[in-house]
Design a protein around this ligand. Structure first.
Ligand code: KIV
Ligand code: NA
Length: 275
């Protein structure tokens, strides 16, 4: 398993960091087999796994439940778990308790929180307690209501400058990496050059030190809306649908199960049964 130090070194060497989300045992197993550097148990699970229309209804219990399964499937991969909506904006000591619980129950390697500003205290507090924190700036889905929807962030010079300040602030507060979602790639370039910690982009261009995508987006698994910045690397959804159609048809026309899929009784026992 890679460490936060190795991620810093990868950035320094210009080696890309590959991150993907995963939400259960089977997905995590495949991600680890594919040799990704980091797995994110994202609160995007609200949409792609639980069928909500935002991340706002995802709870700490949901995150813990899924992160445990991911850890069982990816024992040797660095796992980051999202702190969900509302779980880190109250008293910072309560946040620490929640964070400790999440780390202990899931055996994660780091937690992720959205935002700077007041969240800087959270980053400092958790880091001081020995919990690596990944920051998340730019489009913050947990704040979509306040941001006025899912929109590209940092397009004006003033917004870009504010983002650069926030990026430096989360690094200063102790973040071990920072996710940038939906920002202009030119800004990603500027920020990535100014930070020591790796930037992980999603809809942020190739200039980021690493990339993250949502599992179900890049594999076209599910019927949710796939954002413009995603590339579909495989249409797993079609393969699965075809398989399920084949099964349905085979049961209806009795081509499944065959004798090869069936158990048989000894001849002698059969005689007893039928007399
Ligand atoms: O929840 C998630 O999947 C995320 C990524 C989009 C970075 O936070
Ligand atoms: Na998230």
């Amino acid at each position: 398993m890679k460490t936060t130090t190795q991620f810093l070194n990868m950035k320094a060497r210009g080696e890309k960091i590959v991150m993907v989300t995963a939400y259960d045992y089977a997905q995590a197993t495949l991600a680890e087999q594919a040799d990704v550097d980091m797995i994110l148990v994202g609160d995007s699970l609200g949409m792609v796994v639980l069928g909500y229309d935002s991340t706002m209804r995802v709870t700490v219990d949901d995150m813990v439940h899924h992160a445990k399964a991911v850890r069982r499937g990816a024992k040797d991969t660095f796992i980051v778990v999202d702190m969900p909506f509302g779980s880190y904006h109250g008293d910072v000591n309560d946040t620490l308790k929640t964070a400790v619980r999440m780390m202990q129950e899931t055996d994660a390697n780091a937690l992720k929180v959205e935002g700077a500003g007041e969240v800087l205290d959270v980053i400092r507090k958790l880091t001081a307690a020995g919990i690596p924190v990944v920051a998340h700036l730019g489009l913050q889905p947990q704040a979509a209501g306040v941001l006025g929807g899912y929109k590209v962030q940092g397009k004006t010079a003033a917004q870009a400058e504010a983002l650069i300040r926030d990026a430096k602030a989360v690094q200063e507060a102790g973040a071990c990496a920072v996710v940038f979602e939906c920002i202009p790639h030119e800004l990603t370039d500027v920020i990535s050059r100014q930070l020591v910690i790796p930037t992980i982009g999603i809809g942020a261009g190739v200039e980021a030190d690493g990339q993250v995508l949502v599992y179900h987006d890049l594999l076209k698994f599910g019927e949710h809306r796939v954002p413009k910045f995603v590339n579909v690397f495989a249409d797993a959804g079609s393969v699965m649908r075809e398989g399920l159609r084949g099964y349905t048809e085979a049961v209806r026309n009795e081509t499944f199960p065959t004798l090869a899929h069936s158990f048989t009784m000894d001849e002698e026992q059969l005689q007893h049964l039928y007399g």
